[in-house]
Design a protein. Structure first.
Ligand SMILES: Nc1ncnc2c1ncn2[C@@H]1O[C@H](COP(=O)(O)OP(=O)(O)OP(=O)(O)O)[C@@H](O)[C@H]1O
Ligand SMILES: [Mg+2]
Length: 532
């Protein structure tokens, strides 16, 4: 049997990672240099290695199976383990050469029998127009690898080109067929955002569409950053939830959770028009909730770098994601009745190997402007401090000039409301010119200035509940007394409309029992609160 025929044998279908059964493979000898190249590739992580048997020929195979594409690369008579990224890069950069080998091999192989000593490279015939797969720079593995190779990579500009992620036509879906657009809810620097209902599930989503074509542009990088960050972050009650992303007509489309309260910027503007601003408890609540979101982002090794009112979204109606998955241990139900969520992850970067795209200059920390990236999470804290100032009624921020500098020297602008001294000092700490003095998001979440407010609200709520319970208990005690009296006076049982004795006692005692025993631990604890 010729090599051409043997190469069409399908790999063992039940082996994990086995190539898709519909694929066919051509085989041809590897050029010595190519073989050398393969051997020089890094040794981990390994691709799936399976066995391919045909007659007395047993060869190891490598498969690269990726969603939305399927490139199968089988290296015969070789023990080289090839990392996925390198394998794909190798195939794409040697594509023309491999193609020419492929056509030559058709002639060669039809007349020669394969033997174990001969080296073969088999490529899927379907790989010609297959897109590469992007490498998410924010996954823990990539972050780890990137930080190891950070310095080396920055010196290899030709590699950067190969690393450049892309959005290709193979990632297409159909916005119009899957969504019903209800209206535009926002326009930003990067794109427009639409409120849409997904036809299939009937739920509302915010769909962000890049304004300009993205292929090869800086926008493409921004768009991909946003998608990578969302995908890595998963679900958290104080981060806008991500559902999907795809490219359509060379525009990036991102499907996110719809926040029915719009942005904090909209809320501040609306209040400002009526001469109002957020109250102190509301400011504390805003600060605490956004800190929780930041704590989550920072603990994932990422920084947001574009915290500002127009990138903080409000959910008035608690969504499933707001009270379900991803809830952090220090999270509690919001005291203000709204949930704040951090969105627009277009500037997110990794804290350990940052690639900084400066966000809005009005919110930019001075050290970031000086390209000192050693305390990036604290730049988010600085921007959060300014966000809270704006919500407290501060005048619009400058993009540069004296006002810009004085804010970065720790001077607060004048506000239309008097802030309590501890809260003012607290805000000053967030805006401290020295990033190391600013508290971390984690410290903010635990800070007394923010927690006391919640504790106060909780106490007031518990006091209310306690009063209700006291009233109920008094009613039930009276009912119980009556029931006991009825049990000891037999005449009453014959009265029309009254329950039989035992039944009545059970009705009263049962309801009392259920109410008392069925009480939650929190409620019974509330009886133990001193001073109520
Ligand atoms: N999930 C959402 N729910 C509700 N409104 C949203 C949502 N996402 C975006 N918006 C609205 O669209 C506006 C622009 O969104 P976003 O900030 O994501 O876009 P952008 O182009 O990246 O903006 P920027 O100018 O900050 O770069 C927001 O300020 C907000 O009003
Ligand atoms: Mg934005």
């Amino acid at each position: 049997m010729g090599a051409q025929e043997s190469s069409r044998q399908k790999p063992l279908s039940d082996t994990p990672g086995t190539a898709p059964p519909h694929q066919e493979y051509h085989s041809f000898p590897i050029h010595p240099n190519l073989s050398h190249t393969l051997c020089c590739l890094e040794k981990s992580p390994t691709l799936c290695l399976t066995q391919y048997t045909k007659g007395d020929l047993t060869v190891p195979q490598f498969h690269v199976n990726v969603e939305m594409m399927s490139i199968c690369c089988m290296i015969c008579s070789s023990n080289t383990f090839v990392p996925l990224k390198n394998c794909l890069r190798f195939i794409s950069s040697n594509f023309l050469y491999l193609q020419s080998l492929l056509s030559k091999s058709t002639l060669l192989c039809s007349s020669s029998k394969p033997c174990l000593s001969q080296r073969f490279l088999r490529l899927s015939t379907a790989f010609d127009p297959v897109p590469s797969v992007n490498v998410n720079p924010f996954t823990p593995e990539t972050v780890c690898r990137n930080s190891e190779h950070h310095k080396r990579k920055s010196q290899r500009s030709d590699d950067d080109e190969n690393d450049r992620p892309a959005v290709s036509a193979h990632m297409l879906s159909c916005y119009e067929s899957e969504f019903l657009e209800l209206g535009c809810i926002g326009v930003g620097e990067f794109g427009s955002v639409y409120r849409c209902v997904k036809r299939l599930d009937g739920c509302m989503y915010a769909i962000k569409r890049s304004r300009r074509p993205i292929a090869g542009s800086a926008n493409e990088q921004l768009a991909l950053k946003e998608v990578y960050a969302h995908a890595v972050l998963g679900h958290h009650p104080h981060v806008v939830r991500y559902y999907s992303a795809w490219a359509e007509d060379d525009h990036m489309i991102i499907q996110n959770e719809y926040c029915d309260g719009g942005s904090l910027h909209d809320a501040i503007t609306e209040k400002g028009e009526q001469g109002e601003f957020l109250s102190i408890p509301e400011l504390r609540d805003l600060l605490l909730q956004v800190s929780m979101g930041l704590k989550y982002i920072h603990s994932s090794g990422l920084v947001h770098l574009d915290i500002k009112p127009s990138n903080i979204f409000i959910c008035r109606r608690p969504s499933l994601s707001a009270c379900g998955e991803g809830e952090s241990e220090d999270d509690e139900s919001p005291s203000s009745g709204v949930v704040y969520k951090i969105g627009d992850l277009g500037h997110v970067t990794s804290n350990s190997s940052p690639q900084v795209e400066e966000g809005d200059s009005r919110f930019l920390a001075y050290e970031v402007l000086r390209e000192d990236y050693t305390h990036l999470p604290k730049a988010d804290i600085f921007a959060l401090g300014l966000t809270v100032l704006l919500a407290a009624g501060a005048p619009p921020l400058s993009q540069n000039g004296d006002d810009w500098h004085s804010l970065r020297q720790g001077e607060l602008p004048s506000l239309p409301q008097e802030l309590p001294a501890p809260f003012k000092d607290f805000l000053k700490m967030l805006l401290d010119p020295d990033p190391t003095t600013r508290p971390s998001a984690n410290a903010l979440c635990r800070h007394d200035v923010l927690r006391k407010e919640r504790a106060g609200k909780l106490a007031a709520q518990l006091r209310k509940e306690l009063n209700v319970e006291k009233f109920r208990t008094a009613m039930l005690e009276r009912e119980l007394k009556e029931a006991r009296r009825a049990a000891t006076s037999p005449q009453q049982s014959s009265q029309p409309g009254s329950l039989p004795r035992a039944g009545r006692i059970e009705a009263c005692g049962g309801s009392l029992w259920r109410k008392l025993v069925g009480r939650s631990a929190a409620r019974s604890m509330s009886f133990g609160f001193p001073g109520y």
